[in-house]
Ligand binder design. Structure first.
Ligand SMILES: N[C@@H](CCC(=O)N[C@@H](CS)C(=O)NCC(=O)O)C(=O)O
Ligand SMILES: [Zn+2]
Ligand SMILES: [Zn+2]
Length: 191
């Protein structure tokens, strides 16, 4: 029997639909003592599985699940002194809890198509109604975390089976946003 392909706990047992009227919630890190808490006002968008090596994954998961929300909607409300930026040179300034390692919020501050957005992991919240994962991004990148290339057909098949489209970069709307930004910078943008 072929080995079962595990993607992420929020996907493996069936994707739970989000709520259109969801008003937001609080992310809590994995620490038992003095957990970091981050409140998000309102719903997230572009929630997706990410196979890249940089996004935070829970133990045993091959993919992370990460979404974006306007940075203005993100508020560190408790124990923010435990946070540190993982890589200050990265586009996404991932603020991780120094004790448990969970990435609590990742703003994009630099001049970029995603400037003003923050990347967050809604699985760190017990609130119900967050947008469900919509697609899988950077699927080929799981090879960089040690997944055998021989497993990629099975991984992509499983992603499709759970109802997501696998992409090796971002989804078409996000890639279009990046290209629109580049075209605007280059002066080649047309309405
Ligand atoms: N193949 C690379 C891809 C890394 C990458 O480009 N990740 C995307 C998706 S999260 C990104 O936008 N990264 C920006 C950043 O890490 O700041 C890896 O797996 O490390
Ligand atoms: Zn923690
Ligand atoms: Zn990623």
């Amino acid at each position: 029997m072929p080995e079962k392909v595990l993607l992420h706990p929020a996907i493996d047992d069936g994707i739970v639909a989000g709520s259109d009227s969801f008003a937001g919630g609080t992310l809590v890190c994995l620490c038992v003592d003095k957990p970091v808490k981050v409140r998000i006002d309102g719903q997230v968008v572009h929630n997706h599985a990410c196979g890249c090596t940089k996004c935070w994954k829970p133990a045993g998961a091959t993919f992370s699940v990460v979404a974006v929300t306007p940075t203005a909607n993100v508020h560190v409300v408790e124990n923010g002194d435990k946070l540190a930026v993982v890589d200050p040179g990265a586009l996404i300034l991932r603020h991780a809890c120094r004790a448990c390692g969970a990435h609590m919020h990742g703003p994009v501050e630099r001049d970029h198509a995603f400037q003003g957005l923050t990347f967050v992991h809604t699985e760190l919240s017990s609130d119900k109604g967050w947008q469900a994962p919509q697609f899988a991004a950077f699927v080929s990148s799981v090879i960089e975390s040690g997944v055998s290339p021989k497993k990629m057909d099975g991984i992509r098949a499983r992603i499709r089976e759970v109802g997501l489209e696998p992409y090796d970069c971002l989804s078409p709307p996000l890639m279009d946003a990046l290209a629109t930004f580049a075209a605007t910078k280059a002066g080649t943008f047309r309405e």
